[in-house]
Design a protein around this ligand. Structure first.
Ligand code: AMP
Length: 587
């Protein structure tokens, strides 16, 4: 089995790690960064950019740049680019492909298997969508694990003594809180709670709105109508937010942000930490509910906590840290890097799952016990959610309940599966539905229909129903309508592979062209510098090869270069190398 990588597929940044010996290490990306922005862009010629390169060009290519796609996982969102509709799974797969390629270049071998993390609060369809994204990227997803659990795993590896910790994970787009008990090599999640739509992005949006409004009051210029200007403000807002984590005030300076009556207008503003705290206070307050709920569900008081572990870039915001101290009364542990520990935990779990035999490895001794974040129910009469598996049940798990019919001689029943905590199903999320038909003819209330929910270690649900009267079972795999079908995943995988092949062949052409071009200049320089020492006839021959290759290289626009043209360059380059072999000693 090849090495297993651990991937933290974040809303704003992603990170990949692998286990070296018995320690997880972060894999640097091809740009030298330890995390990769989760940004995808489609260039004008259809080329795809991922990570730093995509982020850098964002403000000038807004409508073809995609950020925070994680927020759309499991939804019906589609992005249309050049007539093709991309699902969140396909877009996430583009990020995963880059992480996979970076890991392959670091390890020097192909990577097949991965553990990918998701917010603990991700529901069934979001988990399924993440798994599908992995498959589209050509990864065998061994396990989907929860981000806070993963962080606890990285933390617990070196802090194995018995303790209860609260993991407070505020990333770019999601908020998760988990209460975890680290015992004798057992990491047990006691409870988890969170908010799928709360994260650093919301702080950026608040600050952007504030800046735009203040600017409007001062200059009467409405930036909101100008997407390029808005892109610049948003970028500046995120930087300002980060600076305010270390400084009490920050300066925003955006020259030429707009034009009024042919005169340029500049944006120049100072923002204090106090102002930032004031305009984002309600966002920080929103984290209190899930913290209290997780403690309640775990059945412990805040004072019983040994530690609070901070995960996610947004926990660097001082007001957030103050809030946690206020809520728990605990000092905060900064022993793990909030940006890296999730991927590290995933790498640990990956190594454990791969069964890599390491006799003395502490990883293999750790047992991980996770829970399901939201209650799973089916709809019964009056739209009431009848819970089959309550939230915070340890996974994997299997539960059954027997239901009956509401009308006489009912031949079939519709089973609708929901996820969420509300009493009425209309307030919860519909995961899927199916019809169980062929029920034995009987009066209302007589048939016995057993519905079984089965959650695997990834937190993904399968549902089956059985008419006990007939004894026949109907196995149904729940797939929410938002999720991709097997056929769609297969097609998306083929598309991704085709693109990878094209990108590789394009890269090959770029490499050939660049190499040939560089060689032409070297030969030209030698010809010029050593003209007196060279045989005239030979120099003339070389010169004609140089001219021919130069013509080919200059003629070809790299984005339109055909395989035949690339072949011609390769051949001419080979010919020049042959004729200019004697000059190599001068190069
Ligand atoms: P993550 O998803 O964990 O990578 O978190 C990314 C989020 O953390 C983004 O919204 C970042 O803007 C935010 N972030 C990163 N560094 C800081 C910082 N120093 N202060 C405030 N927020 C930060």
């Amino acid at each position: 089995m090849s090495r297993v990588i651990g991937i933290d597929l974040g809303t704003t940044n992603s990170c990949v790690a692998v286990l070296e010996g018995d320690q997880p290490v972060i894999i640097q990306n091809s740009e030298g960064g330890r995390t990769t922005p989760s940004v995808i862009a489609f260039g004008k010629n259809g080329e795809r950019l991922v990570g730093d390169t995509a982020k850098r060009q964002m403000t000038v290519n807004m409508d073809r740049t995609i950020t925070s796609i994680k927020r759309e996982m499991g939804s019906t969102y589609r992005k249309s680019i050049d007539g093709k509709e991309y699902s969140p799974q396909e877009l996430s797969a583009i990020i995963l492909s880059k992480l996979k390629a970076d890991a392959e270049s670091y390890l020097g071998e192909p990577v097949k298997d991965a553990v990918i993390t998701v917010p603990a609060y991700f529901d069934d369809s979001q988990r399924q969508a993440t798994k599908d994204a992995g498959r589209i990227a050509g990864l065998n997803v061994l396990r989907i694990i929860n981000e806070p659990t993963s962080a606890a795993l990285a933390y617990g590896l070196d802090n194995g003594h018995s303790q209860k910790i609260l993991v407070y994970d505020l990333g770019g787009g999601t908020f998760d809180v988990s209460v975890i008990e680290i015992g004798d090599n057992v990491i047990e999640v006691l409870a988890t709670a969170g908010d799928n739509h709360l994260g650093g992005d919301d702080f950026d949006i608040r600050l952007t709105e504030y800046i735009v409004e203040e600017f409007r009051k001062e200059t009467k210029v409405k930036l909101a109508k100008d997407p390029v200007a808005m892109g610049r403000v948003r970028e500046a807002a995120e930087n300002a937010k980060k600076e305010l984590s270390y400084q009490t005030q920050t300066h925003i300076n955006l020259p030429f942000i707009s034009v009024v009556k042919n005169n340029p207008v500049h944006l120049d503003m100072t923002i204090s930490r106090e102002t930032f705290n004031h305009i984002t206070e309600d966002l920080v307050d929103r984290t209190a509910g899930p913290v209290n709920q997780a403690l309640r569900d775990a059945g412990i008081a805040a004072r019983e906590l040994d530690k609070v572990l901070l995960v996610g870039g947004s926990t660097r915001i001082p007001a957030v840290q103050d809030k946690i101290v206020g809520l728990t009364g605990k000092q905060l542990s900064k022993s793990v890097n909030p940006d890296e520990c999730v991927a590290m935990g995933a790498a640990i779990q990956g190594s454990k799952l791969s069964g890599e035999l390491m006799v003395t490895n502490k990883v293999n001794d750790i047992l991980l016990m996770d829970v399901t974040p939201l209650s799973l129910s089916i709809e019964t009469l009056g739209g009431v959610a009848n819970v089959i598996i309550p939230r915070n049940s340890p996974i994997p798990t299997r539960e059954s309940k027997v239901f009956t019919t509401a009308a006489n001689f009912q031949k079939d029943v519709e089973v609708k599966v929901y996820q969420g905590e509300r009493r009425f199903t209309r307030d919860n999320k519909l995961l899927g539905n199916f019809r169980l038909s062929g029920i034995k003819r009987a009066m209302a209330g007589v048939p016995q229909i057993e519905v079984t929910f089965d959650i695997d270690a990834n937190g993904i649900l399968k549902v089956s129903a059985k008419d006990l009267g007939r004894g026949a079972t109907q196995q149904i795999v729940i797939t929410a309508s938002n999720n991709l079908s097997e056929e769609e995943i297969r097609r998306a995988r083929e598309d991704a592979m085709r693109y990878e092949n094209e990108a590789n062949s394009n890269q090959e052409k770029i490499d050939i062209k660049n190499e040939a071009e560089a060689y032409v200049y070297k030969v030209e320089k030698v010809l010029a510098d050593h003209s007196g020492e060279l045989d005239k006839k030979q120099a003339k021959l070389i010169k004609s090869d140089v001219d021919y290759l130069k013509k080919l290289v200059c003629r070809n626009d790299i984005n339109k270069m055909t395989d035949i043209e690339a072949g011609q360059i390769k051949e001419a380059y080979r010919a020049l190398k042959e004729s200019a072999a004697a000059l190599e000693r001068y190069m």
